[in-house]
Write a protein that binds this ligand. Structure first.
Ligand SMILES: [Zn+2]
Length: 182
C-alpha cells in the first residue's frame, strides 16, 4: 500500500475510534443514570416498608371484617367506660389468628380480654384478645398461627380485639397498617 492510502486508513480508523469512545461514554452515562434511578427506587421502597410494611400478614387469616373503631368510647354493661385501644376484627369462632411479623408470642390472659396473646417484634408489640384457644407460642414467624378467634372476656361476639404498640409504648390506631395487609 502507498503512504496516501495508509493516511486514508489511519484517518478512517481514528474517526471510528473517536466515534466508539463517544458511544461508550454515552452508554456509561445511561448506565449511571439507570443505577441512580434504581437506587432512588430502593430508597423509596425502603422508606415505604419502614412506615407501612410493619405488618407482613393480616392478623386474622380467614374471612373477616376490620372495624375502624380505635378511639371509640366503649360503654358495655359490667365493664368500666373506656376508650377503645384497637380495632375489632370480626370473624367466625375458630378462625386462625397469626403473628403479623417475626417475634415472640406470649400469653397475656386477663378479665376483660379473656384469652389473649401478645407478639413482640422488632418495632413493637401487638395484642390480640378474646381468643377461643392458643396456638404456637414462643418464637414465631409472620403468618404462624398463635391462636383462634373467640369471644372470651368481655366480648359480645367472636372477634379479634387487635392493638398495636409501636416501640412497646402506648396503643396507636392500627387501621392504616391493617388496611395494607387485610
Ligand atoms: Zn375491641
Amino acid at each position: 500500500m502507498n503512504s496516501g492510502r495508509w493516511r486514508q486508513v489511519r484517518g478512517r480508523l481514528s474517526r471510528q475510534r473517536r466515534h466508539l469512545v463517544a458511544a461508550a461514554r454515552r452508554s456509561d452515562h445511561a448506565t449511571a443514570e439507570h443505577i441512580r434511578s434504581l437506587q432512588e427506587r430502593v430508597r423509596a421502597l425502603s422508606a415505604w416498608l419502614g412506615v407501612w410494611g410493619v405488618f407482613k400478614s393480616c392478623p386474622v387469616s380467614g374471612p373477616h371484617l376490620v372495624n375502624n373503631d380505635f378511639g371509640v368510647i366503649v360503654r358495655m354493661p359490667g365493664v368500666p367506660v373506656h376508650v377503645h385501644q384497637g380495632n375489632d376484627i370480626t370473624a367466625a369462632t375458630g378462625t386462625p389468628i397469626v403473628a403479623p411479623f417475626d417475634g415472640t408470642a406470649v400469653v397475656s390472659p386477663n378479665v376483660l380480654g379473656g384469652l389473649a396473646v401478645k407478639v413482640y417484634g422488632a418495632a413493637g408489640y401487638v395484642y390480640n384478645a378474646h381468643l377461643s384457644a392458643y396456638g404456637h407460642l414462643g418464637p414465631v414467624k409472620a403468618g404462624d398461627v398463635i391462636g383462634y378467634v373467640g369471644s372470651t372476656g368481655d366480648a359480645s361476639g367472636p372477634h379479634d380485639h387487635f392493638e398495636w404498640h409501636p416501640g412497646n409504648g402506648g396503643a396507636v390506631d392500627p387501621n392504616p397498617l391493617l388496611s395494607v395487609v387485610c
